[in-house]
Write a protein that binds this ligand. Structure first.
Ligand code: HEM
Length: 368
């Protein structure tokens, strides 16, 4: 599909090299500062290896959030975010973007009801040449507070040979030993997944520091709140079509663009800014900074999002990472995953080969 982002002739190896260089620099810096190179400490490689052990190795695909599709659109800033951040994106005006909808998990052929969470990733292309990359989930908290807990969780969820499923006793033991995971489990137990990507709210979960033109810095989380009203997912719809969500999105976009509002939530002193398992009280200030408009979806095999690493630490001046230890871990792990999948991609013959492979994995939704 033609688009401002993928129609022009591009040198794919150059594009990958450029992206890889940025990612390696960013990832390398965080690996270093996070101490992941210290012997006997958890490494990003070990985390990504465990993701593959749990979900299988699917060449050319992300090691997490493997199933997904690309989209294109823009952000219409209303100027209200300028009070919090001097990032150019918050000046009133329009910023082009590409993005990706996905589901957690390593298997690109998993049915849409295999997990109760959906995800949205965005790459805003600021006019001053900077980028803002973010990945969000449809849950307001994360399952764990630290990278070590994330790794232990993956180990607990590793399928056992006898059943092909995780050992329930091991999973229960992990949750019992990790009370930080309780808020997410409670939220999932009390909220039905939405019927569509289009009517889901997506949350940054991690906190970031926003600095405005006067030099004031505050901790902020954000969410993308849809204009469409929430509706619960009909389990039958997914049971009959494992690629239901991508097809639904394409149909909706054929009727017109879809819109979300970027809501910035400001922490009060004492709110946890380094713990993604805890929500902030509901009365914290919320600023509607503008409207995300999604215009087109594109199968990920041929879309611009395929070769993007949505590293959440790639930020414009005016936004910087918080002390949340998940951010450095995400940056390093996404880099390992990106390097593996783009190396595999480069070894493949042509996009059409990959597309037919996806169909063989029973993932028709990617090609709607
Ligand atoms: C230690 C914690 C985490 C680890 C190790 C981790 C690991 C990963 C990996 C390896 C990928 C694939 C990256 C790629 O190949 O480009 C990924 C993708 C993703 N993750 Fe995480 N993740 C973590 C936490 C989170 C959190 C807290 C969120 C959201 C709030 C999140 C949201 C996403 C999303 C949306 C994607 C898909 C991005 C895309 O479309 O390319 N992750 N994660």
């Amino acid at each position: 599909m033609n688009s401002p982002f993928n129609a022009a002739p591009v040198c794919v190896p150059c594009r990958l090299a450029a992206i890889g260089a940025v990612v390696l620099l960013a990832g390398g810096a965080f690996v270093w500062t996070a101490g992941w190179l210290t012997p006997k400490r958890l490494s990003a490689t070990a985390v990504v290896d465990q993701l593959q052990t749990d979900g299988g190795t699917h060449a050319g695909y992300r090691r997490n959030h493997a199933k997904g599709l690309c989209f294109e659109g823009h952000f219409e800033s209303n100027g209200a975010g300028e009070s919090l951040s001097r990032a150019e994106i918050f000046r009133a005006g329009v910023t082009p973007l590409i993005g990706r909808f996905s589901m957690p998990g390593s298997n690109p052929g998993a049915p849409d009801n295999s997990v109760p969470v959906k995800s949205m990733a965005l790459l805003f292309k600021l006019h001053d040449g900077e980028q803002w990359r973010t990945g969000m989930n449809t849950v307001p908290v994360f399952s764990v507070r630290t990278p070590e807990q994330f790794y232990q969780q993956l180990q607990a969820l590793q399928p056992v040979a006898a059943t092909g499923k995780p050992d329930p006793a091991r999973v229960a033991a992990f949750y019992a030993a990790t009370p930080d995971s309780a808020p997410l489990r409670q939220w999932i137990a009390t909220h039905q997944p939405s019927s569509s990507f289009a009517n889901a709210t997506f949350y940054s979960v991690n906190a970031f520091r926003f600095t405005n033109a006067s030099g004031q810095t505050q901790a902020v989380r954000w969410s993308m709140v849809p204009e469409l009203p929430y509706m619960a997912l009909d389990p039958q719809a997914v049971a009959h079509n494992p690629g239901f969500l991508a097809q639904d999105l394409t149909q909706r976009l054929a009727a017109g663009p879809l819109r979300w509002h970027l809501i910035l939530t400001v922490a009060a002193p004492g709110d946890p800014v380094n713990d993604a398992t805890r929500v902030w009280p509901a009365d914290r200030p919320h600023i509607d900074a503008g409207t995300l408009v999604i215009e087109r979806s594109v199968p990920q095999a041929v879309g611009a999002c395929r070769d993007v690493n949505f590293d959440p630490t790639i930020l414009p001046a005016g936004i910087s990472p918080s002390d949340d230890p998940l951010l450095a871990a995400r940056s390093s792990a996404y880099s390992v995953s990106f390097n593996r999948r783009t190396r595999e991609e480069a070894q493949r013959a042509a996009p059409s080969t990959r597309e037919s492979d996806e169909n063989n994995e029973g993932n028709p939704g990617d090609h709607s």
